[in-house]
Structures are given as structure tokens and as C-alpha cells.
Design a protein. Structure first.
Length: 119
């Protein structure tokens, strides 16, 4: 399990085409990718299971706890992401709820674009 951040201050200001916004790059894939949005309510849980393919869970709103095969829960909040390799056991839970985007693909390498939370 690896923890990343995708905060606004780590992005790039975009002005092309008269734009005015900040873009935090996440991943780029050449193979098929599945992207979904997960809504965990109060006391919500994504149960302990193995990742079928590498997956990146990006917290957009709220906070919770994640764990990998190490077995220890680690806090995670909006602006942070967790990456699990294929076959890695993992779980996510939230006391008060969270909203997250999940990206699953055989070739995910978030380290190419995102900053590690702990270095």
C-alpha cells in the first residue's frame, strides 16, 4: 500500500485556450481502465478483499481509514489517494462517510505523476 496526495498546490496552472484552472495529473494508461465513484455513508466499508488489478482510490470528500496487507489502519482524507497492487489485500472504512474515485487498470503507475504522502 502506498499513499499519495493530489492537492491543488501540487498541480499545474493551465491557461491554454483562455483557461484558468489547476490540473493535478493522476495517471495515464494505454490499456483499458475502469473508473468509478464510490459513496461510503456513515460507518461505510469496502470490505477486506484482494485487488483484481492495480487500483487507485482517490478521496474527494470526507475521511476514513485504509489498510493493506500490513494490517494497520492508516487515516486518509480528501486530497489523498491510496494505491494497491494486484492481489494485495485491502480495506477502506469511514465513520462519517466519504466520496472517492477509484481507477483500476493493469498498468497503473501513480508514482509517475503524484507525490508520495510519506517520503
Amino acid at each position: 500500500m502506498k499513499l499519495y496526495t493530489f492537492h491543488q498546490n501540487q498541480g499545474t496552472k493551465i491557461t491554454k485556450f483562455d483557461s484558468n484552472f489547476v490540473m493535478s495529473k493522476i495517471v495515464q494508461t494505454n490499456q483499458e481502465a475502469h473508473v468509478g465513484c464510490m459513496y461510503l455513508g456513515e460507518k461505510g466499508i469496502i470490505g477486506y478483499h484482494q485487488a483484481v488489478v492495480p487500483q487507485l482510490l482517490m478521496i474527494l470528500k470526507g475521511e476514513g481509514l485504509v489498510k493493506g496487507e500490513e494490517g494497520e489502519y492508516v487515516p486518509i482524507k480528501a486530497g489523498e489517494a491510496v494505491f494497491w497492487d494486484k492481489n494485495e489485500w485491502h480495506e477502506t472504512k469511514s465513520e462519517n462517510g466519504l466520496v472517492a474515485i477509484v481507477i483500476e487498470s493493469p498498468e497503473l503507475e501513480p508514482a509517475k505523476f503524484m507525490h508520495l504522502k510519506y517520503q
